[in-house]
Design a binder for this molecule. Structure first.
Ligand SMILES: Cc1ncc(C[n+]2csc(CCOP(=O)(O)OP(=O)(O)O)c2C)c(N)n1
Ligand code: SF4
Ligand SMILES: [Mg+2]
Length: 275
């Protein structure tokens, strides 16, 4: 019989820093469930990298694992170094939308372009949560935040689609109202090679929900579920119809040589031709 899941097996005995009802709890729990279901009894085959922000507290110091906090937005460059030195480890980056596609956007695009063999899990709570709810590159148009009191005047980035264009081998988007689909996606992504990206649209009741008028976390989760449409359906919709919808599902799954494989292939070819 398979061992039952116990989150305590993977976590240090520390108090988690997240607000009650925060979607980050779901992301953390779902990731560890996926790891458990893949048969990992501990996190010794993983290494974690994260930047700064509430979402960046998912792995470190809470996971019983090797992990590193980098400066804000620099988790992917540090993960690049780790992967090149230790290609045998599953390198996983956790971060918020501000961290990964605000200050860290160029690293994200280049890592996908190079096909760095890492998994990036981005919690998209649509604001800079930890610093009080400022507008982010993912904030929906017209949303009131602390820095856009009359509504955001910018269009949000579609990060799961951007990952596809940049060259990712796997890109998916789910919400915290889709824990089962998210878990399956994490399992697939862990088993896939190359640059893998999972966006999790998540509730931040403190810096987003309260401000935009949600009564409670339950209402936020209902909104995430009701406004989600499968990607295939979203593609048939007009721009107007899909404007306030969250397209969920797997955007791409493909094979490409990883950065490390390409580097070793070129070295081998150079050595062969030098003989
Ligand atoms: C170089 C630098 N610029 C700005 C900050 C301030 N800062 C800390 S976290 C953060 C944004 C966090 O937003 P996000 O990555 O979306 O994480 P969340 O808290 O929403 O999970 C900012 C701007 C910083 N720590 N370092
Ligand atoms: S501020 Fe928002 S994202 Fe940060 S822990 Fe609280 S609810 Fe979660
Ligand atoms: Mg955020």
């Amino acid at each position: 019989m398979t061992e039952t899941f116990s989150i305590r097996k993977y976590l240090r005995d520390l108090k988690l820093p997240f607000c009650p009802g925060c979607g980050i709890f779901t992301v953390m729990n779902t990731f560890l469930r996926a790891v458990h279901e893949l048969g990992h009894k501990d996190l010794s085959k993983f290494v974690f990298c994260s930047g700064i922000g509430c979402s960046s507290w998912i792995p470190s110091p809470y996971f019983i694992a090797d992990s590193i906090h980098t400066p804000h937005g620099r988790s992917i460059p540090v993960a690049t170094g780790i992967k090149l030195l230790r290609p045998d480890l599953n390198t996983v980056v956790f971060g918020g939308d501000g961290d990964i596609v605000g200050i860290g956007l160029s690293h994200f695009i280049h890592a996908a372009r190079r096909n760095l063999d890492v998994l990036v899990i981005m919690v998209n709570n649509m604001v800079y949560g930890m610093t009080g709810g400022q507008v982010a590159p993912t904030t929906p148009f017209g949303t009131r935040t602390t820095t856009t009191p009359y509504g955001s005047f910018e269009q949000p980035l579609d990060v799961a689609r951007l990952a596809v264009t940049a060259g990712a081998c796997y890109s998916a988007r789910w919400t915290t109202a889709h824990p089962d689909e998210l878990k399956d996606s994490i399992k697939t992504a862990i088993k896939t090679q190359g640059f893998r990206f999972i966006e999790v649209v998540s509730q931040c009741p403190t810096a987003y929900g309260r401000r935009v008028g949600f009564k409670d976390v339950g209402e936020m989760l209902k909104w995430l579920k009701q406004d989600s449409v499968p990607i295939q359906q979203a593609e048939q919709m007009s721009e107007e119809e899909s404007a306030n919808k969250i397209a969920v599902g797997v955007f791409v799954q493909r094979k490409r040589l990883t950065l490390t494989e390409t580097i070793y292939k070129i070295i081998e070819e150079a050595q062969r031709s030098a003989k």
